[in-house]
Design a binder for this molecule. Structure first.
Ligand code: HEM
Length: 502
């Protein structure tokens, strides 16, 4: 008898739950989207490669705002410039929070960083400090010599490969460049590129980056608790990566605390953060955990992005040789006229076609194509659809870069000239071109990021001609994108360099 009662009560509870869910969702006019399955939602339809292109396909079918489900969570994706403006300008405050992500929370010491912190007074304090100190124009200029030295080193390596007619791995070289620059800017550390310390740093960095990009079951199926994360070893992997990351960052912090330490010639970013730790200028306490969390942001956000951008740029240039020729001609003529041998950050300012090329590179493949997701704080409406508080919203910057209303029908064509016809910049006020995002959570490292990519990019064009290896044709280049926060070209770009007499 007891079993029968339990059975009846369970069925009644399930029916009540289904009915309640139905009436609850009926109250909302949710953005259109693909039909979701019970429990898993649209999980079975999502792809690991090229999510930005996949979502672009859904936007073509369902419109510039659509929704889908993963488990119990509703996700919304925006794909037009007009709605991006609505989200990141008109309703920016309401969308300035970040959604829950177990991995990001854990790795960032419980969101003590900037990128994943909730939109709180503490967040506004560190953001302001970041804009005024860490990423200010003066601070970016302080590290100019670092970026130029490391770019020279990269060119020398390519020069040796060219002398031996060997192919070079542009993806690997660019990552080595950005890793070296970031270690010097963030910690004042100059590692030997092939040494054990650098290898250790890279292993730790890749581990942290991969946890930031992973999908945790507990975020989308909260009723399962951590069981699925544990069973799939996600929890164990996350903890291992955190352990390595924390040991490393703690060593760096301890070194800066050592009274006998020889200070680097230029204050590194961790020195500035340690000053804040000593002065405690914020309303809430800025602990050593906060120092580690913010420095982690700098390292994670600063390495991948610039490297991925230059790799995408060189890939498109191989597919569009007339653009390559025009960019090379501009930089080579400029350098020849002045008798210079290395393109510096100051020279780049005088190269209008190259600057348009940088913009076109970031337009055609924005390296964080779905930006960093936002969380809606209060119930609202966008384009007449209800967006309940707690909804995760992504802007598909890759799709926005192809918004026909703004870019015309040939937006897939790689054509820097479009930036002479259309006066737009990536500073966050032109909503059809948002590779660094926009609004209150826009990338604070924009200036630093563009400085990091311009010098190696310009010198590659100045110093070398390139061929694809083994008779490969440009249309055989694999254009797949590897999923992560910053999205790299999945297959490394291999090119055969040839020195040019300029
Ligand atoms: C080409 C280089 C870079 C690109 C394309 C890029 C792009 C982006 C994008 C799209 C976002 C999300 C913005 C949003 O949610 O609206 C972001 C956030 C962020 N970026 Fe960058 N970034 C670059 C370089 C850097 C560098 C060099 C740093 C620091 C050293 C940096 C630090 C950050 C931080 C801390 C955030 C989080 C901001 C917040 O939530 O308040 N980025 N970046």
């Amino acid at each position: 008898m007891e079993d029968v009662i339990i059975g009846v009560v369970t069925i009644a509870a399930v029916l009540f739950f289904i009915l309640f869910q139905r009436t609850k969702t009926k109250r909302y006019k949710v953005p259109p989207g693909p039909k979701a399955l019970p429990v898993i939602g649209n999980l079975h339809q999502l792809q690991n490669l090229n999510p930005q292109r996949f979502f672009y396909g859904w936007a073509k079918k369902y419109g510039p705002i659509f929704s889908y489900k993963i488990g119990s969570k509703t996700m919304v994706v925006i794909s037009s410039a007009e709605l991006t403006k609505e989200l990141l300008k008109t309703q920016d405050v309401n969308f300035s929070d970040r959604p829950l992500h177990r991995g990001q929370e854990f790795m960032s010491y419980g969101r003590r960083d900037m990128a994943f912190h909730h939109y709180t007074p503490y967040y506004r304090d560190i953001r302001k400090m970041g804009m005024n100190h860490l990423f200010s124009p003066t601070r970016v200029a302080t590290f100019k010599h670092v970026r130029e030295e490391e770019a020279r080193r990269m060119m020398d390596k390519i020069g040796v490969a060219a002398d031996n007619s060997n192919a070079v791995d542009i993806s690997e070289l660019m990552l080595t460049f950005t890793n070296s620059v970031v270690c010097r800017q963030a910690f004042g550390k100059k590692y030997n590129e092939d040494g054990e310390e650098m290898k250790r740093f890279i292993k730790i960095l890749y581990g942290s980056q991969s946890v930031f990009g992973k999908v945790f079951f507990s975020d989308f199926f909260p009723f399962t608790g951590y069981v699925l994360d544990d069973l799939t070893r996600l929890t164990a992997y996350m903890k291992e990566c955190f352990e390595r990351q924390d040991t490393y960052l703690q060593e760096i912090v301890d070194e800066t605390l050592d009274p006998n330490r020889v200070k680097p010639e230029t204050d590194s970013m961790i020195d500035l953060l340690m000053e804040i730790y000593r002065d405690q200028p914020f309303a809430s306490e800025f602990t050593l955990e906060n120092v580690k969390a913010v420095v982690l942001d700098i390292v994670v956000a600063g390495t991948d992005t610039a490297a991925a951008a230059v790799v995408w740029g060189m890939t498109y240039l191989m597919k569009y040789p007339h653009v390559m020729k025009k960019a090379q001609a501009e930089v080579r003529e400029y350098m020849r006229e002045r008798g210079l041998t290395f393109v510096t950050e100051d020279d780049v300012k005088n190269l209008p076609y190259f600057r348009a090329l940088v913009k076109e590179t970031l337009r055609i493949e924005p390296v964080i194509p779905l930006l960093v997701p936002r969380r809606c704080s209060q119930n609202t409406k966008i384009a007449g659809y209800d967006i309940p508080a707690g909804t995760t919203v992504n802007v598909n910057a890759w799709a926005v870069s192809r918004d026909e209303k703004e870019w015309g029908p040939n937006a897939d064509e790689f054509r820097p000239e479009r930036f002479f016809e259309k006066d737009v910049d990536f500073k966050g006020t032109d909503y059809e071109f948002i590779p660094f995002g926009s609004g209150r959570r826009m990338c604070p490292g924009m200036r630093l990021g563009s400085a990091m990519l311009e010098v190696p990019y310009a010198n590659l064009l100045y110093k070398f001609d390139f061929k694809l290896p083994n008779g490969m044709k440009p249309d055989e280049i694999n254009m797949d994108v590897m999923t992560g926060l910053a999205m790299h070209k999945a297959e490394h770009l291999m090119l055969v360099p040839e020195k040019v007499n300029v």
